[in-house]
Design a binder for this molecule. Structure first.
Ligand code: ADP
Length: 259
């Protein structure tokens, strides 16, 4: 199998779905291995900006931050794509399932990945994570708010020089720190284990504007699967199961002639 290209707006829930897909495929591989009591048929890889240590800022083309010649060359983003391409290429084979979690918003880039899979004689598919712009914006704003809060926290801790306290005051130091900014309601949309960095506001708006929707009529964006934010675990499993079937199950044969 196969390359699974995840695509979607910034902060639309791509990494969450990529992890769920990873867990799902892991259990399908384990099932088929147990049934045939042989070595695993597939190895599984999850590649993302995070695994390649690519910062959100590489996508930032804000005019106030970059001079025009840098913006047009768009070098940082090209370097990031080259790193991702290298990472995919290193592991992609008919025995390796690669989940590429990222914006993957440029159709030319998805075409390039499709060709790479074709070269390796293994199928590819696109999983689009659908989410309203408002919801994605809410997530990014929550991450911005969290970053601001943690920065304020760090600076207020830096200002409080620890001075030797008289014994009587020592007990008070164990009481809650009221200078610590509280997590606000905006942040409640984020899961507790969310640690992802936000995009700057202008970077976020720009990426929304530049997003090139996948088109299932083109070879490189098909087969196209979609999951939306509201899809429950049952719907999610159904979509993953169809993906597995097309890329590794019986229906795989129907995909192969297009390779
Ligand atoms: P992206 O990878 O697109 O930046 P994430 O997967 O990191 O998005 O999700 C952003 C935040 O939204 C996370 O805190 C995550 O837990 C939450 N989230 C993502 N998808 C859903 C969903 N379908 N339902 C509820 N919360 C979600």
């Amino acid at each position: 199998m196969p390359l699974i290209i995840i695509t979607g707006l910034p902060c639309s829930g791509k990494s969450t779905r990529a992890k769920q897909l990873h867990d799902y495929l892991e259990s399908r591989i384990a099932e088929t291995t147990a049934a045939s009591s042989s070595t695993p048929k597939y190895r599984l890889h999850l590649i993302s900006d995070q695994t390649q240590s690519i910062s959100r800022t590489v996508y930032d083309l804000s005019p106030e931050k970059l001079p025009a010649h840098v913006r047009s060359a768009n070098a940082s983003e090209k370097d990031a794509r080259a790193a991702l391409y290298g990472a995919v290429k290193r592991v992609l084979s008919p025995r390796d399932i690669v989940i590429l979690d990222g914006l993957n918003y440029i159709k030319g880039w998805r075409y390039q990945l499709f060709c790479e899979a074709k070269n390796m004689r293994t199928p590819s598919a696109v999983l689009q994570i659908g989410c309203s712009v408002d919801k994605a914006k809410q997530v990014n704003e929550a991450r911005l708010a969290r970053r601001k809060r943690t920065e304020q926290q760090a600076s207020s801790q830096g200002q409080q020089q620890p001075e030797p306290k008289p014994e009587a005051e020592e007990k008070d130091s164990e009481s809650p720190d009221h200078t610590k900014p509280e997590e606000n309601e905006t942040e409640s949309i984020l899961s507790k284990d969310d640690t992802s960095e936000p995009y700057s506001e202008s970077n976020f708006e720009n990426l929304i504007f530049r997003y090139e929707e996948p088109n299932p009529m083109t070879r490189w964006d098909s087969p196209l699967f979609t999951l939306i934010w509201e899809d429950d675990p049952h719907q999610t499993t159904q979509t993953f199961s169809k993906l597995w079937d097309v890329l590794a199950g019986e229906s795989k044969k129907l995909v192969r002639p297009n390779l």
